[in-house]
Design a protein around this ligand. Sequence first.
Ligand code: DGY
Length: 330
Amino acid sequence: MTCPLPEAATGRLRGAGCEIVTLPDGVPLGDAARHGALVGVDALVCTLTDRVDAAVLDAAPDLAVVATVSVGHEHIDTAHAARREVVVRTTPGALDAATADLTMLLILAACRRSSDAEATVRGATWTGWRLDQHLGLDLDGGRLGIVGWGRIGRAVAARAAAFGLEVIHHARRPTGDASFVADLDELLARSDVVSLHVPLTPDTRHLIDGRRLGLLRPTAVLVNTSRGAVVDEAALAEALHAGRLFGAGLDVYESEPDVHPRLRSAPGVTLLPHIGSATVRTRARMADLAVDGVLDALAAHPTSADRDRPTRRRIPYRSTATAHEETQRP
Ligand code: DGY
């Protein structure tokens, strides 16, 4: 493991007979791999901050599975994993509700400019109530453009309806839903709020670049809880500084944990430290799904211990996937 999991999750692994080795805090996975730490490792539990590239995979000759405690998997060389017949497991479904909730928080914060307003209270520069102070935008009657119509995008749409927002959405392929807009540029031009819910791939890197930011209305708000590199951060910072955008709400950044300095000083922006899935219950579910992935793969694959002791009994495995699906049903 590259980080400790909640006790309930590690308990399931120990109960199944796994020996757990946790990478010391601050040691990059690549360094550990280069020093032979992955020899004899059958399963790797990692997070989105670990780069699992070809060199790491090749430094783990016994590896059967990489289980990332995240839904995103752009940090894993999945093509090389497939070549090496290493299973890659993610945590789909577990974080939809938490991420959709945080998206609403950012939509509200950006529309009401609550970070700028709060800064006056914290900085003791608030001089009292004024009729024209910190005027924001109403959600009720506005139009939300959702880019990416997966589980999280749809969970945001359901929440947005309760705030009186009309929802339109764009996806690579027609979704069959009435609010589908085939042309992303058109969706950007028609939306009061745009929220991004696409995975990071070569196609989506800087999907929202300077040109597309220019299509947004000056009264519009951009929210990103997907991956930082989906947006050209420098171009966004300039648009905010120039007043070409009303505001933005960001939970993710191009080079985490670094945040573009022009973004940190931009007006009308709420900046959160990638906490979309950070609730106690969601993180516990994510850890549990990663453990499912490990036990599932090890049950189907001879482990390094099996090879040493061919008569060893297979790890008993009971999937918790059904329970997770139940809790995620809208
Ligand atoms: C994920 O799982 O990919 C999220 O970004 C974590 O919050």
